[in-house]
Design a binder for this molecule. Structure first.
Ligand SMILES: *[C@@H]1O[C@H](CO)[C@@H](O)[C@H](O)[C@H]1NC(C)=O
Ligand SMILES: *[C@@H]1O[C@H](CO)[C@@H](O)[C@H](O)[C@H]1NC(C)=O
Ligand SMILES: *[C@@H]1O[C@H](CO)[C@@H](O)[C@H](O)[C@H]1NC(C)=O
Ligand SMILES: *[C@@H]1O[C@H](CO)[C@@H](O)[C@H](O)[C@H]1NC(C)=O
Length: 268
């Protein structure tokens, strides 16, 4: 590896990049019909404020570039005959999305539609190799798993859907008790609101603790800084799933498959 990349990687790891960094980051938010609103808009609210002080460009990507609804034909929406929906304009489709440095993948019941979600899985698979970071929220980890991105990695996901998502990643160490998990350049968070905590942690990693703290305070948000903080784990009878095997809570765990992907520094 080039020395400059190694040094930049070390700089990122020790948070010495300041918010005056000239780096302009190209962010992407993948929105598919039936995504979970807060999974996307929690992180986006922090990024909106951060963009006041550092250059961030955001692309909102939907499968076909069309407006993205919250409601789908999933029974979760249809059984009550409600009309609650928020439809968001996308800026790009999978076909014309620009190059990205960071991709956010929210969860949501829409990713249970096997046929409809396939293009999102394919997009994550195709885009991941050129990303600096992939950040999944909630069951967005299931999309990354189906894209093969979580193979040989540690990850977490929504605890209510834990085993369902773990089934999508048979070569992953799924952590049952974690607010978020970092493995190389893949940051995966637990359910819904955990996306706000992982986003602040990632902002701290790139821009420093002062910036992340200021965003949390500005939003009057009680930021959980400890990735092992996970009271929601206790609501479910779950334990880690390692390479497709559900661990007994106290059983010895097998050695995970090696993590071959390394963190990548911001270089273009
Ligand atoms: C971000 O957008 C601005 C305004 O269009 C542009 O000048 C800048 O080059 C973009 N930065 C990146 C990294 O694409
Ligand atoms: C929803 O609409 C269907 C079809 O009109 C009707 O059969 C059903 O009773 C409705 N359910 C509720 C909860 O309103
Ligand atoms: C994955 O998680 C296990 C269990 O916590 C840990 O021993 C291992 O070091 C982790 N691997 C990476 C790459 O973080
Ligand atoms: C929790 O799950 C384990 C299997 O994973 C099962 O043996 C045990 O009975 C369950 N406990 C409760 C309280 O459901």
């Amino acid at each position: 590896m080039r020395i400059s990349s190694v040094l930049l990687g070390a700089a990122l790891a020790s948070n010495v990049l300041s918010e005056t960094s000239p780096l302009g980051l190209r962010l992407g938010m993948l929105l598919y019909p039936g995504y979970q609103a807060l999974d996307a808009w929690g992180p986006l609210d922090f990024l909106n404020i951060l963009s006041f002080r550092t250059q961030l460009n955001l692309t909102i990507i939907s499968p076909d570039g069309l407006p993205v609804p919250i409601r789908t034909s999933n029974p979760a929406f249809t059984r009550s005959n409600s009309t609650v929906d928020e439809v968001v304009l996308a800026t790009h489709s999978f076909a014309n999305a620009p190059p990205l440095d960071v991709l956010f993948v929210p969860g949501g019941v829409g990713n249970r539609d096997v046929a409809a979600i396939q293009s999102s899985i394919d997009f994550v698979r195709a885009t991941y190799p050129s990303l600096q970071y992939l950040i999944t929220v909630c069951t967005g980890a299931g999309i990354a798993a189906r894209a093969g991105v979580l193979d040989g990695r540690n990850a977490t996901t929504n605890k209510r859907a834990f085993y369902e998502m773990a089934n999508h990643g048979p070569r992953t160490w799924w952590h049952s008790k974690a607010r978020w998990v970092v493995d190389g350049n893949v940051w995966s968070s637990s359910g819904v609101s955990a996306g706000m905590d992982v986003t602040l942690a990632w902002i701290q990693h790139v821009w420093g603790a002062t910036t992340a703290e200021d965003l949390a305070v500005g939003a009057e948000y009680d930021w959980h800084r400890d990735p092992s903080w996970d009271p929601f784990f206790g609501h479910y009878n779950i334990s880690d799933v390692v390479n497709g095997v559900t661990m007994a809570p106290s059983a010895p765990t097998p050695t995970p498959t090696p993590n071959i992907a390394k963190p990548r520094p911001f270089v273009r």
